[in-house]
Design a protein around this ligand. Structure first.
Ligand code: ADP
Length: 403
């Protein structure tokens, strides 16, 4: 079975074509600047190399049309006909409380996704546009929706409820949902596999540290708590997002600086985090480089980031009553030995101690803890596309059986 995985953002679209007989990636690509001048497709068919195609694409439908044409191109494509694609798996950011797992997409499901739009106004609309565009271009193919929030639907109520008037939860669904669920699920399962243990017997903390970053406590295979909340703004210091702050800062700023709620929102989402502290960049590579040159604010941004990840690890270990496994994943988590070392500094009291030689590696599945430590620490490159393709395959197989 061949599955096309689609991840539609507001002006970008990531895709992968996987052969699910052996879970191999046949082609991978990214469409950038959809609806903006200078749009292009960066495509790679495995074994045929990389290509960049510059072409104006005014809409997501045009982008998907272009992806499909590229996939069947006789020179750079991966398949000879679109008939070879058996199903499409879509990443959907917010599934609210309606989706605790992946689903076959129907009109009813799309309606439910639209109902969650208030909770993810930036993310869900492009996800839905991507689904509609694929439906138009491939009307006979089964499609599956895989939600970033689904894995965290197992959180107990005391974990996800905010200490606000309870009616706000009932009326507006204000609660912690959590994100990056597909990634946290994948790397935690992979860690259990690598240890040869049942995930149900493990207490795991997964640190997804990319541009957006979150930490999850996974006890007995179930998400017990996670650092992102109603939206992906809560929790860790991120590239441009503030993460946890005193909520009173918002009214203070509105009063003192006469900022509107839109301006405060924009500041918290786009001008804060390590960019806000350093004043340099949202990219950790730039900040690490400047800190090495002695830039104090760059160093301060890194110190703040490492400190907060460390605090989450400590609190989640306490929340689970112990810790067996610590996982680092995503851009920074996979690629920054310095950050992993700093985050884990002085944590031997918890059973965490990183072996510097093993840790000196980027982007490879590796155990990085010292052999004698009780907490096994890993780098595990995340693979959300594979989870989406696996879920798509299993749901479509079930659908076939029920027909
Ligand atoms: P997202 O999917 O949230 O956009 P990624 O998981 O791709 O993010 O992570 C991107 C971030 O990872 C970059 O902004 C950069 O800060 C960080 N990163 C990537 N490679 C490195 C590296 N070699 N050293 C330090 N940071 C890195």
């Amino acid at each position: 079975m061949k599955v096309l995985v689609v991840n539609c953002g507001s002006s970008s679209l990531k895709y992968q074509l996987l052969d699910m007989n052996d879970e191999s990636v046949m082609a991978i690509g990214l469409v950038e600047r959809i609806g903006i001048e200078g749009s292009r497709v960066k495509h790679e068919t495995m074994g045929k190399g990389k290509t960049v195609i510059e072409k104006e694409m005014a809409s997501h439908k045009e982008a998907i049309q272009m992806v499909l044409e590229t996939l069947i191109d006789s020179n750079i494509g991966a398949i000879s006909s679109l008939k070879e694609i058996d199903a499409v798996g879509h990443r959907v950011v917010h599934g609210g409380e309606k989706f605790a797992g992946s689903v076959i997409i129907t009109e009813e499901v799309i309606k439910a996704m639209e109902d969650c739009t208030d909770l993810a106004p930036l993310h869900n609309p492009p996800n839905i546009i991507g689904i509609r565009a694929c439906q138009e271009l491939m009307p006979d193919l089964p499609m599956v929706g895989v939600f970033d929030t689904a894995f965290h639907q197992t959180m107990p109520k005391y974990s996800y409820i905010y200490p606000l008037p309870y009616e706000l939860y009932e009326e507006l669904g204000i609660r912690r949902y959590g994100f990056h669920g597909t990634s946290h699920k994948y790397v935690s399962q992979r860690a259990a596999e690598l240890l040869g243990k049942d995930i149900k017997d493990l207490k795991i903390i997964t640190c997804h540290l990319g541009n957006g970053a979150s930490v999850t406590a996974i006890k007995n295979g179930i998400s017990l708590d996670t650092s992102m909340g109603l939206t992906p703004l809560e929790g860790l210091v991120m590239g441009t997002r503030s993460g946890d702050i005193d909520p009173a800062i918002i009214s203070f700023l509105m009063d003192k600086k006469k900022m509107t709620i839109e301006e405060v929102n924009d500041m918290l989402n786009k001008k804060s985090g390590v960019l806000g502290i350093s004043g340099i960049s949202s990219d950790f590579r730039d900040i690490e480089q400047e800190a090495k040159k002695g830039n104090e604010r760059a160093q301060l941004a890194l110190d703040k980031f490492h400190f907060i990840v460390k605090k989450y690890i400590g609190s989640y270990a306490a929340a689970m009553g112990g810790l067996d496994v610590l996982v680092f994943t995503a851009g920074l988590g996979e690629n920054s030995p310095e950050s992993r070392l700093k985050i884990c500094e002085d944590m031997a009291f918890l059973g965490i101690d990183i072996d510097e030689a093993k840790n000196n590696i980027r982007g490879k599945e590796t155990m990085i803890s010292k052999d004698n430590m009780s907490v096994k620490a890993f780098i595990i490159p995340t693979n959300e596309e594979l989870v989406i393709a696996r879920d798509t395959k299993s749901l479509v197989k079930m659908l076939d059986k029920s027909l």
